[in-house]
Design a protein around this ligand. Structure first.
Ligand code: AMP
Ligand code: MG
Length: 307
């Protein structure tokens, strides 16, 4: 499935891919596990008539059998849980939509949450460049650590963070989209930490994968506007990949990410994920930047998250 193939028609082509992926993952989970609670990004009510046939044929192709439109809609609707239960799955069927359309990075992200904590995370990163020159990797994180599968080798590889000897040698990754993560603030953090390499900009939860296996050592996601709350499906799987690889993940204020408040991270703002060793120093630099004490050119002093 290529982004270009799906850009025809007058609706956003990614909508077709997002809906189809949500249907396939939901159907697979239900067939294997029976009844479950799923918080998926897509809402079946948004699937407009002109897109239905495209979605149904993508789902049929992926599952290897012809499926009716009503069944596909039911599968998508399975993702309508609100995250209020003590045990739920959460799915971003295509995280990093803009990267997907550019032919860059995107991820299929699935996680299991129990009592507000992520206990299983799976990241499919079909286009991620690997150290062995291949592309595409699948990351799985659980109580036994993080593993990744890529290249010709069928054996899982242990995923471990790599911390640089000094903070100034750290490689920081962030969103490609300035509307999703404040590039100006992260540039101030980078300057404050003395980091000299340019930020590694990649879409989606591939950023967590990059930190988890040492392609980068910091992932910063600083709010672009007051009041934005991160979506649980944008972070659940990736956060566990980094933590099980030995790294640390908090919000921009150093709080643990709390997945116990519905479809959004209501008690958090922003994301700071690191290889672990210098997490506090990064948080301190973020705090200085977000409160304006790092010398904003406009002198803005920003208030901490109100709870
Ligand atoms: P990325 O690929 O890292 O840019 O993240 C993609 C995700 O950004 C999407 O799945 C959206 O849910 C999310 N997003 C959309 N608007 C914002 C925003 N203003 N701040 C943070 N994330 C956003
Ligand atoms: Mg997303």
């Amino acid at each position: 499935m290529r982004g270009g193939t799906l850009t025809k028609g007058d609706e956003s082509p990614v909508t077709v891919a997002d809906f189809a992926a949500q249907a396939v993952v939901a159907a697979t989970l239900v067939r294997r596990l029976g009844e479950l609670s799923l918080v998926g990004e897509e809402d079946a009510a948004d699937l407009s008539e002109p897109l239905r046939d495209g979605v149904v044929s993508l789902v049929s192709a992926a599952l290897g059998s012809t499926v009716g439109s009503a069944t596909v809609l039911d599968w998508i609707a399975l993702g309508g849980a609100d995250g209020s239960g003590s045990r739920y799955w959460t799915l971003d069927p295509i995280d990093g939509t803009k990267g997907f359309l550019r032919g860059d990075q995107y991820a299929i992200a699935l996680a299991l949450v129990e009592d507000g904590e992520v206990v299983l995370g799976v990241l499919g990163c079909p286009n991620l460049p690997n150290p062995d020159g291949s592309r595409g990797a699948t990351f799985v994180a659980d109580g036994d650590g993080s593993r990744a599968w890529y290249g010709d080798d069928a054996q899982p590889r242990v995923v471990r963070v790599v911390a640089p000897a000094t903070l100034s040698e750290a490689r920081l990754c962030e969103s490609v989209e300035a509307g999703h993560s404040a590039h100006d603030d992260s540039a101030r953090v980078i300057a404050r930490l003395g980091i000299t390499t340019e930020p590694y900009r990649i879409d989606s939860q591939c950023k967590y994968a990059a930190v988890g296996r040492g392609d980068a050592s910091i992932y910063l996601r600083l709010p672009t506007r007051q009041g934005y709350r991160e979506k649980i499906w944008d972070h659940a799987a990736g956060k566990l990949v980094v933590e099980c690889a030995g790294g640390t993940v908090t919000d921009a204020d150093g709080r643990r990410l709390d997945f116990g408040h519905g479809r959004r991270l209501e008690r958090n703002r922003g994301i700071v994920a690191t290889a672990g060793a210098f997490h506090d120093e990064v948080l301190e630099a973020v705090r200085a930047v977000l409160t304006g004490s790092a010398g904003d050119s406009d002198g803005t002093v920003r208030a901490p998250l109100q709870q």
